[in-house]
Write a protein that binds this ligand. Structure first.
Ligand SMILES: [Zn+2]
Length: 233
């Protein structure tokens, strides 16, 4: 039987499930979906357990940040002519024109027409919309390519969710969902594949254990090179 508990830690709350076992010491596991599981010795009092969890609060928060996500650096964009925007790892220059609102990839340019040149909000909205549309197509297409891993590894899979995230390229949930960042369409296809395979492997192993890396390596032997490349975006 698992019980749900929480403690206040700094400005945040750490929620965790608690179960008991015959072990002698308290164990804490942090999973990629940010869930925390505490396994306590059978004779431990709740007060003592809460105290121990609090003492490891810093470590738990660090694991949550490190585990759940493939970290994405935040970049601030200006949405001005001449600025570089990416699609599938290739660079395009933004060219803003005054015309009826429209956006198109033409040669080496993102040609963006808006009614007023200084309308950064509108430019952002149009570009975000363009990326969202292309993310839906491209990320589903790449994901289908690796669906066989789910079958071969007998993984419990629910659905693929594509959404905008500030700080993560991808993550997954304990319910079997893989979550990909819309902005992944900005990076090269082999980096997209790395994020997809990494998250699929997490559905099988909810941690960064040796087993996790063995599975990742099995389907993507040079994942480290792809990870490095991704870090440049
Ligand atoms: Zn991971």
């Amino acid at each position: 039987m698992e019980q749900q508990h929480q403690i206040e830690y700094g400005n945040s709350i750490i929620r965790f499930s608690l179960s008991y076992s015959r072990r002698k010491t308290l164990g804490i596991n942090v999973y990629p979906d940010s869930s925390v599981n505490v396994v306590a010795p059978e004779n431990a009092t709740l007060q003592k357990i809460l105290h121990k969890v609090e003492k490891r609060g810093r470590w738990i928060q660090k694991q949550i940040r490190k585990f759940t996500e493939i970290h994405k650096p935040t970049k601030s964009l200006e949405y001005v002519s001449g600025e570089t925007f990416y699609y599938l790892g290739r660079q395009y220059r933004l060219k803003i024109l005054i015309d009826k609102p429209e956006i198109k990839l033409v040669g080496k340019y993102f040609r963006l027409s808006i009614d007023k040149k200084e309308n950064k909000q509108k430019a952002k909205r149009l570009l975000d919309g363009w990326y969202k549309k292309h993310a839906e197509d491209k990320l589903h297409e790449r994901f289908e390519k690796y669906r066989y891993i789910i079958e071969r590894e007998k993984i419990k899979f629910n659905s693929l969710i594509i959404m905008r995230m500030e700080k993560r390229w991808g993550s997954c949930t304990s319910r079997g969902n893989v979550v990909l960042n819309t902005n992944l369409v900005k990076v090269p296809v082999d980096c997209i594949d790395y994020v997809i395979i990494h998250e699929i492997c997490h559905l099988k192993y909810l941690n960064h254990s040796a087993k996790f890396y063995n599975t990742l390596r099995k389907y993507l032997p040079d994942w480290e090179r792809k990870k490095k490349r991704l870090e440049q975006f």
